[in-house]
Design a protein. Structure first.
Length: 204
C-alpha cells in the first residue's frame, strides 16, 4: 500500500495470500473500489527459498483481473527474463536492488515499455543505496518482512527507512515522481503509522 496524494490509501494485496488453485474462480470477485492493483509475488527458489509462478500464470491472471497487476520480481538475475514480464505489460514491475548488477539498465528498460518501474530493498539493506537510482524509478518498495514468506510480522525498523526515504524525496523535489510502497505484515493496527512515516503514491 501507499498513501495517495489526496490522502486516500492505495491497496495492492498479494495473490499468495490466497489459494492459487482457486484464484481463477475468485479473480472476478475483486472489487476495484477497494483493490487498486493485484500484487504478483514472483519467487524463483533461489533469490528467496520459495517458488511461486512465472509469466504465463501472470498473463492468465491479467486477462481476467478487473484491476491492474503489480509484478514484484523476487528472482536472481532478472535481466535474463525481464522481457517475458514486460511482454505481459502489467501496470508496474519491481526488481530487487540485491538481485542484479544492472538496476539502472533494467529500470530504464521497464520504463521505456510504458510500465512503471519499481526498485525494492530487503530489510537488511540500507535505504541510502537507492538514492542515486531514484531518477530512474517510479516507485520504491520497502520490504517490511524478509521476502519470500507469507504471514510474517511487520518489522518496525522499516518505519525508519520509510521516513529516511521520504525525507530525501522531499528535499530533492521528487514528491510528484516517486512512490513509496510497503510490503509485508501490514494490518489495521499498524497501517496508520506506516502512512504517517511517509508511504505515499506517485501521481499517475
Amino acid at each position: 500500500m501507499w498513501k495517495n496524494l489526496n490522502n486516500s490509501i492505495m491497496v495492492s494485496p498479494s495473490v499468495i495470500a490466497t489459494d492459487l488453485c482457486t484464484l481463477g474462480s475468485k479473480i472476478g470477485q475483486v472489487d476495484p473500489d477497494i483493490v487498486d492493483w493485484l500484487h504478483m509475488d514472483v519467487m524463483d527458489g533461489h533469490f528467496v527459498p520459495n517458488l511461486t509462478f512465472g509469466p504465463a500464470y501472470i498473463k492468465n491472471v491479467r486477462d481476467h483481473s478487473p484491476v491492474p497487476l503489480d509484478v514484484h520480481l523476487m528472482i536472481e538475475r532478472p535481466e535474463e527474463s525481464i522481457d517475458s514480464y514486460i511482454d505481459i505489460h502489467p501496470e508496474c514491475i519491481t526488481i530487487h536492488y540485491e538481485s542484479t548488477r544492472f538496476p539502472v539498465r533494467l529500470l530504464q528498460k521497464i520504463r521505456s515499455a510504458g510500465i512503471l518501474a519499481g526498485i525494492s530493498i530487503n530489510p537488511s539493506t540500507p535505504v541510502d543505496v537507492l538514492f542515486d537510482l531514484l531518477e530512474y524509478a517510479d516507485m520504491v518498495l520497502i520490504m517490511s518482512v524478509d521476502p519470500g514468506f507469507y504471514g510474517q510480522k511487520f518489522m518496525p525498523m522499516a518505519l525508519k527507512k520509510i521516513m529516511r526515504l521520504k525525507e530525501y524525496i522531499t528535499q530533492n523535489g521528487l514528491n510528484e515522481h516517486t512512490a513509496i510502497q510497503v510490503d509485508g505484515g501490514i494490518t489495521v493496527d499498524n497501517i496508520s503509522e506506516i502512512v504517517k512515516a511517509g508511504a505515499r503514491s506517485r501521481r499517475i
